[in-house]
Design a protein around this ligand. Structure first.
Ligand code: CP3
Length: 332
């Protein structure tokens, strides 16, 4: 446990906690080297030794306060028997969805398939570099997984047919039960915080938010809290952050780069995470730090975890990340 949890629990801390979404990934040459020898991405996620090494890579370079496990939100569709592949420069491609097969899967089937992830967490949580920090486990939110499972690739716009998908209540229930199981196993294995990524929250019709976002996410947040672990929610581009927090009540809300941070600071009381546009890391040093300072100043009197408004982009120079982290750590 580290200062991330202390910040969330309102303990006195001397520095702003910092970590990054997608901190373990393609912008790091040491990740690309492992990846080039492991063409099957799912297999790499299910290799506890290599995925531990990738999880630790950013901690070896930067003074960040948390490790996030190297895995993917699409490990749940994979565990539910849907084929998941990653094509170069395209993103994920999912296979046929067979609801009959999905509904028959037992908890044991799912835990067996995801077993290597729990081994990764167990081993990583014992590592010297991680023991004093937080180890973040994660899931994709119900809505985002539903979109991937039906749309079978990252959506640009949403096909309205998705709302008419037959037997969707059964599919949604199975996704939620699997998410809870996956969270429970991650926590038992040593994850100290859970983040819920709702990457496609911004695509949903306004009047459908209760059914597809608020209700399932609240159920999962309540469940995670009942395990004694804090939950960070990232409903990307949702716009209605205040409503989201009032209804879902996460421990931390992670904000995207389009939302006005001043408005967030004025209206939301719970700890805030993130916000800065990942593209700022591509700017010249002083411009990057000016942007970082803006967020640090706005949230000066708030519980604030420094992070980005979405994942680190592949073109990011690791040297800029180091400069940024050191700046956040020295900011008073
Ligand atoms: O944050 C971390 O460093 C931990 C690992 C992590 C990955 N994916 C590894 C990964 C996490 C937390 C994720 C979450 C994830 N995966 C999300 C939610 C966050 C977001 O970005 O909105 C989503 C939507 C996915 C699905 C996914 N996985 C996509 C769309 C892609 C391809 C495009 C991309 O963003 O890289 C992936 C592949 C993926 N997941 C890579 C990594 C390091 C790249 C793999 C490669 O080709 O080398």
């Amino acid at each position: 446990m580290g200062i991330l949890k202390d910040c969330i629990r309102s303990k006195d801390i001397k520095e702003t906690p910092v970590w990054f979404m997608r901190q373990a990934g393609r912008y790091l040459p040491e990740f690309r080297e492992i990846r080039s020898k492991n063409v099957d991405f799912i297999k790499l996620c299910l290799n506890p030794q290599l995925s531990k090494e990738i999880t630790l890579q950013p901690l070896k370079r930067f003074s960040i306060d948390a490790a996030i496990i190297f895995s993917d939100i699409l490990m749940i569709p994979y565990a539910l028997g849907q084929k998941v592949e990653f094509e170069k420069n395209f993103g994920p491609k999912l296979g046929e969805l067979n609801l009959d097969i999905i509904l028959e899967l037992s908890e044991e089937d799912i835990v067996t398939k995801l077993g290597p992830i729990y081994k990764l967490i167990e081993d990583t949580s014992k590592d010297e570099k991680v023991r004093q920090k937080d180890l973040i486990g994660f899931i994709g939110a119900t809505w985002t997984l539903f979109v991937y499972m039906i749309n079978k690739e990252s959506p640009k716009n949403l096909n309205e047919d998705i709302y008419n998908f037959p037997n969707q209540e059964k599919l949604i229930r199975k996704i939620i039960d699997t998410q809870k199981l996956h969270i429970k196993k991650q926590v038992e294995s040593g994850a100290t915080i859970i983040q819920i990524f709702d990457s496609w929250a911004g695509l949903l019709d306004k009047n459908k938010k209760h059914k597809y976002i608020y209700e399932p996410t609240k159920e999962i947040v309540d469940y995670t809290k009942s395990l004694g672990v804090e939950v960070i929610c990232f409903p990307r581009l949702i716009k209605s952050y205040k409503d989201f927090c009032d209804i879902v009540k996460p421990n931390v809300i992670s904000i995207d780069y389009e939302v006005d941070p001043i408005k967030i600071a004025e209206t939301i009381d719970i700890p805030i995470q993130g916000g800065m546009d990942p593209k700022c890391l591509l700017l010249e040093k002083n411009d990057m730090l000016k942007n970082a300072k803006k967020y640090l100043e706005i949230f000066k009197n708030h519980k604030y975890i420094f992070n980005l408004g979405h994942g680190m982009i592949p073109e990011t120079n690791p040297d800029s990340v180091k400069i940024l982290v050191d700046f956040v750590k020295e900011f008073k």
